[in-house]
Design a protein around this ligand. Structure first.
Ligand code: DX5
Ligand code: ZN
Length: 226
């Protein structure tokens, strides 16, 4: 896995990847919000795509990714919380997503094809499980993806409470993981919960409220980087 994924704007390579979730940002100033996190050292930008079917909320889609592609430097980390990801993955490839993560719960029969499409485009493929979904459901794909995303809240909204029992599944993912697999965690992440997840084996932290609602974004990002 390329070290550049861990590299901040200033060239420093960190132990962990930080992917601030724009769902908690001020959408009226999206570009400057993201640039603030980049200046603080965040390497990725987490884009929560919700369709009102797979989750009970509607957010943003591929056109926003396309606009961000030329506006920011961070790697665009698209988290698809949608029905039928196979149908929409080409749009996110076309828009310029660097990492595309889909959920096994909405791709039971299509997971291999989703991964193939993403990898064929040269982007990184991620597969995700909701808090109640066992790791066994993604075991057949774990050596075919670049990243596993373990959700530590029920997907749909930012600002929810971290579920520690869901985080424990990171240990099982870590046991099965080929070397270089990125283990991302998303939901209720702050400096304390990130510490727990890192101990279990996570090395990539998504954080919405903790970063974007912080009075000191620089400090919040720094607390997750190393
Ligand atoms: C939840 C999303 C998360 C969310 C995280 O469905 O996938 O990325 O924005 O927000 P926080 O960090 O506030 O829990
Ligand atoms: Zn997310």
């Amino acid at each position: 896995m390329s070290g550049s994924l861990f590299c901040s704007k200033n060239g420093e390579i960190h132990k962990y990847i930080v992917s601030p979730s724009i769902l908690s940002s001020d959408f009226s100033n999206l570009k400057s919000e993201i640039l603030k996190t980049e200046d603080a050292g965040a390497q990725w930008c987490h884009i929560d795509v919700m369709d009102g079917h797979f989750v009970p909320n509607i957010t943003i889609g591929a056109p926003v990714v396309k606009s961000l592609k030329t506006a920011v430097n961070a790697k665009l980390d698209s988290h698809l919380m949608i029905e039928n990801p196979l149908k929409y993955i080409p749009d996110f490839i076309e828009a310029g997503s660097d990492i595309i993560t889909f959920h096994i719960e909405s791709a039971e029969n299509d997971a291999a094809e989703c991964i193939r499409l993403i990898k064929e485009s040269g982007r990184l493929a991620g597969i995700s499980i909701k808090p109640k979904t066992p790791v066994s459901t993604i075991a057949p794909y774990i050596d075919k993806v670049d990243m596993v995303l373990v959700m530590t809240v029920e997907p749909g909204f930012s600002g929810q409470k971290f579920m520690s029992d869901a985080a424990e599944k990171i240990k099982t993912v870590k046991e099965l993981a080929p070397s270089g697999l990125i283990i991302q965690v998303d939901g209720g992440i702050n400096d304390k919960t990130a510490g727990i997840c890192a101990e279990y084996g996570a090395n990539c932290f998504v954080a919405g409220n903790y970063i974007y609602k912080s009075p000191d974004i620089e400090k919040a990002v720094a607390s997750l980087l190393d």
